[in-house]
Design a protein around this ligand. Structure first.
Ligand code: NAD
Length: 433
């Protein structure tokens, strides 16, 4: 059944979204539209996926160390809560916008359903360059933001986690602020906390590990040998560096790496441990002496077998997709490939393991952390990694079967599996009132 009869009375678009096709939200909408033919009678409910359930904008004023007052714009978007509490990270970045946070929240709905976690999708962010703040200013901003969004988050409502430029320390401040405001220690309000504060073993490396596990499975299924495979990674933070380490341990070579500070190339392979030490000491890969520096745009021309975008969205543009010389793209980042670029990659026979499954390892171990916090019983790292690997492999298998069955890309297959799960719940819960 088509969705048109049911949505005929629905005005198109949202008044607070800029018309046009160049924001991550429009990328997400284009991806959802592609799933319509596979939804059957559930298509009747599909419009719900094109609207965030709830979007909160908050002012975050803080006193800077020099005594002046600064105001930052903060967001928390709950895209869909049909399957459970909202779940999704918090990003501190100068380019954060409402539309970006909406898209990231929506991708969390899809991702959580794709790996069958009992969560909806949410995301938050502050428009700020955290490198310009002192540690004390960062803490004040995080605490004020947490208080402002405190009216919609909670262990049963919406559970933030780390994303770009946020980490275990930021989560500890968020947990403490929420706990102070509610009068009891609420470890389950955020995930990605330090292990001694109710965090989970294995969480820090979980996203990179999930990228590796899905990449290893995709390589196995397509006959690509990891031993000697050439790999390029954009973004050498939490996700990119862990994925690189695991692939190198499996025999691959890191031939190019790029972050905000520069691009480095070495045909014979970069020394990942030395690169990590350099990043720790200097804040970025730029200036690393174990390879030659490249211009940023040259990164996309390096011949590879595996490319891992693990920085920001919108990186694989149509022009770059035409030029890429690789076999397998593993989307560590959220939304790194524009829809037109996706089509070009598919036409060129370059396999893409999409973000909504590829980087789901982080939220999967976040789920484990949340479960452990509720039961106050903590698992070993071996148990966590084993359960993570199992969820990633079985989820990818189901998506691969769906892709084969309908002859569609892994991205559309992931959306089809996830949207069906979300909309089945939507249908069975029914509309209130
Ligand atoms: P991070 O802050 O640890 O690292 C971000 C990396 O991107 C850094 O190396 C930074 O230098 C680089 N970068 C920033 N701007 C860049 C630019 N313009 N060009 C090239 N590189 C740039 O963040 P992270 O947690 O590794 O997240 C990276 C991506 O993975 C994001 O898209 C995030 O949403 C996604 N993701 C993260 C997790 C997680 O658990 N951390 C889970 C799922 C998805």
């Amino acid at each position: 059944m088509s969705s048109t009869t049911a949505t005929a009375a629905t005005p198109h678009g949202l008044s607070y979204v800029t018309p046009g096709h160049d924001s991550p939200w429009h990328t997400y909408l284009a991806q959802v539209d592609r799933v319509a033919p596979y939804l059957g009678e559930l298509g009747r409910w599909a419009e719900t996926l094109k609207r965030p359930k709830r979007a909160l904008v908050v002012d975050v004023p803080i006193e800077l160390d020099n005594g002046t007052i600064a105001h930052f714009e903060g967001f928390r978007v709950q895209h869909n809560l049909s399957r459970g509490p909202g779940k999704g990270g918090v990003r501190f970045h100068p380019d954060v916008t409402m539309e970006e946070v909406m898209a990231l929240a929506a991708w969390m709905s899809i991702k959580n359903a794709a790996v069958n976690l009992p969560f909806g999708g949410a995301k938050g962010g502050i428009r700020v360059d955290p490198r310009q703040l002192s540690a004390k200013e960062l803490e004040r901003m995080t605490r004020r933001y947490t208080s402002e969004i405190g009216i919609i988050i909670g262990p049963q409502q919406d559970i933030p986690a780390p994303d770009v430029n946020t980490n275990a320390q930021v989560m500890a401040w968020m947990m403490d602020t929420y706990s102070m405001n509610t009068g009891s220690t609420a470890t389950g309000v955020v995930t990605g906390k330090p292990v001694h504060l109710g965090g989970s073993l294995g969480r820090v490396k979980a996203t990179g590990r999930g990228v590796f596990v899905t990449g290893r499975e995709a390589a196995r299924r397509t006959g690509l040998k990891l031993e000697g495979a050439r790999m390029a990674v954009q973004g050498f933070g939490n996700v990119g560096s862990v994925a690189a380490e695991l692939f190198v341990a499996a025999g691959a070579k890191l031939v190019a790496v790029q972050d905000h500070s520069g691009t480095v190339h070495a045909e014979s392979g970069l020394d990942v441990a030395a690169l990590l030490a350099h990043v720790k000491a200097t804040g970025g890969v730029g200036g690393f002496r174990g390879g030659e520096a490249l211009q940023a745009e040259e990164f996309w021309d390096v011949p590879t077998d595996i490319l891992i975008p693990a920085a920001l969205e919108g990186q694989i543009t149509p022009a770059r997709a035409q030029r890429l010389r690789t076999k397998l793209v593993l989307e560590g980042a959220n939304g790194p490939t524009l829809p037109e670029a996706d089509d070009i990659l598919a036409d060129r026979g370059i396999l893409v393991v999409p973000d909504v499954i590829c980087n789901a390892g982080g939220v999967t171990v976040s789920y484990f952390e949340w479960v452990q916090d509720f039961s106050s019983y903590f698992w070993t790292e071996e148990e966590i990694n084993e359960r993570l690997d199992h969820i990633m492999v079985t989820s990818l298998n189901k998506i691969w079967e769906t892709a084969d069955q309908h002859r569609i890309t892994l991205r559309t297959a992931t959306f089809a599996v996830a949207c069906e799960r979300i909309l089945m719940v939507r249908r069975d819960r029914g509309l209130y009132p």
